[in-house]
Unconditional design. Sequence first.
Length: 264
Amino acid sequence: MTATASRRRTRRAGGWIAGPSHGSTPALRLFCLPYVGGAAWTFEPWRGLLGEDVELCTVELPGRGSRMREPAFSRMGALVEALASAVTDELDVPYALYGHSMGSLVAFELARELRRRDLPEPQVLFASGGPAPRLSGQRMAVHRPEVHRATDEQVIARLLSLGGLPEEVMAEPALLKAFLPAIRADFAVFETYEYRPERLLGCPIVVLTGRDDAEVPPAHSLPWSRETTGPAEHRVLPGGHFFLRSAQEEVLAIVRHALEGAKR
């Protein structure tokens, strides 16, 4: 293996993409963006389950995982601009975006930022467990205190109520403390997000939501259809906010079906 190939495997896209490369040129790349406090490991269970010609690209945001020592982004604009620059060279084949919760908004803004750079839109945008952009950020924050300004104890309590972090992290105080800056920054990305009207996307949007999600009820995801001139599909799955895990088989079936259609 050459030094260049080794570097690509370990620091692909400047570290923004974790995990091994596909090995051969895929028909499509699926970039997956995590929720508040999530990392590339969030989507690792999907590896090898999307089809031989689909490359799973798990996005590692700064401040966690292999990028633990890097400062996390606390504003959507700066995060998306940096991410767009990092993945530009990966768009030599068609691609799709999957984001869960906060990640769905990052995916949406990434698609718009790439288009501003005269790069292609995604073949499919999967908006999973996330409120429609028009309902997000500061508008939703009025219904609850802003977590990114809260005490460490309040941030931890909010995480416990959401249930997004692995039990081993929540059970280990030192490990949890190490994660807190990135978690607080993630909450800031979401809570300070301001939707700005722009030319609609043209790609299909597949919206996934949990039937029992008290955090983002299905009704809060319906306006996603207003963000595209293309088709919009709304799927309600069993489970709460993290149906991504509890209904993984159903989620993967929806993703595979949509990607097969995109490759035709």
